[in-house]
Design a protein around this ligand. Structure first.
Ligand code: FE2
Length: 287
């Protein structure tokens, strides 16, 4: 089994890097780390970067996951190949673009691209959001799946993910204490479905709600509270139709709770996504 230690970054293709970067800085509130000729790096916490927009197709997404180190990366590559999953070893130049010592890339059964990384770089300077958004951590991603049961099996048998809860067929998966780092939502195609950043509190969620509305950013869900993770949330639209989420108060499942933990099943219904009555304007959440 491949042990994912952490969700490190998400890489999103864009045909308009300048516009995407402007959004990440002025609306999303992330810190601009660096501009390179074909990519712009941002961060939402103390790591080197957590979000990269690169010159490319807007449907081209990749998610970076940290493994324990060089030996774990080699073992992961061998394990994927033994399961007949094609693995690409990152070249020196590709590793430099990701600020990691080494990585391998592969696609999950739906075709979502993932990168397992060894020794990603941590920043020596304190994270400084570009606006008072309250963001303190890049925390989870929603992923589209063309077969939720098949992909749940992949994440929980090939990888170390555990199901925290399910909304209908959609599993919310953890790899550490946080209720979910990945959520799989049925769709006709692969791709990152939403990108989550944690904010400090409800005040930040509501402050951003008014901030975004005033600037004409489309709010697609919330403010609300997820009955699954308990988090207070706000979802809104970003460049190329990507959905971004701020949330706070996500449930933690502590190591001592692991042995007896059983995932709960929620109906695929609006009240399973929001216990306050907000209705999602997000295709994958529509019931
Ligand atoms: Fe989320």
């Amino acid at each position: 089994m491949i042990e994912l230690k952490d969700l490190r970054y998400v890489r999103l293709g864009s045909r308009d890097l300048a516009a995407a970067a402007e959004y990440a800085r002025t609306i999303l509130g992330l810190e601009l780390v660096r501009r390179e000729s074909d990519a712009i790096y941002f961060r939402g916490d103390d790591r080197d970067h957590t979000l990269v927009y690169f010159e490319g197709d807007a449907a081209d997404h990749a998610t970076g996951w940290e493994v324990a180190g060089a030996a774990a990366l080699d073992a992961a590559g061998a394990e994927l190949e033994a399961k007949r999953i094609q693995v690409h070893r990152g070249s020196r130049a590709e590793c430099e673009k990701r600020y990691v010592a080494d990585f391998i890339a592969f696609a999950d059964p739906s075709g979502n691209r993932h990168e397992l990384v060894a020794s990603p770089r941590t920043s020596g300077t304190r994270f400084s959001p570009s606006r008072d958004c309250g963001v303190w951590s890049f925390s989870h991603i929603g992923l589209r799946t063309t077969n939720a049961a098949r992909d749940e099996t992949f994440w929980t048998t090939v990888m170390n993910a555990r199901v925290s809860d399910r909304i209908g067929a959609a599993p919310l998966l953890r790899i550490d204490e946080v209720h979910h780092r990945i959520a799989l939502f049925p769709s006709q195609h692969a791709g990152v479905q939403h990108v989550n950043h944690q904010v400090h509190g409800v005040d930040d969620v509501m402050r951003s709600y008014y901030f975004l509305r005033e600037r004409g950013v489309k709010i697609v869900f919330g403010p609300g509270r997820h009955p699954t993770s308990g988090a207070v949330f706000l979802y809104f639209e970003g460049p190329d139709g990507m959905v971004y989420e701020y949330s706070t108060g996500v449930r933690l499942i502590k190591p001592e709770e692991e042995p007896g933990y059983r995932p709960r099943l929620f109906a695929f219904a609006p009240e399973s996504f929001c216990m306050w009555g907000s209705r999602p304007d997000i295709p994958e959440f529509r019931t």
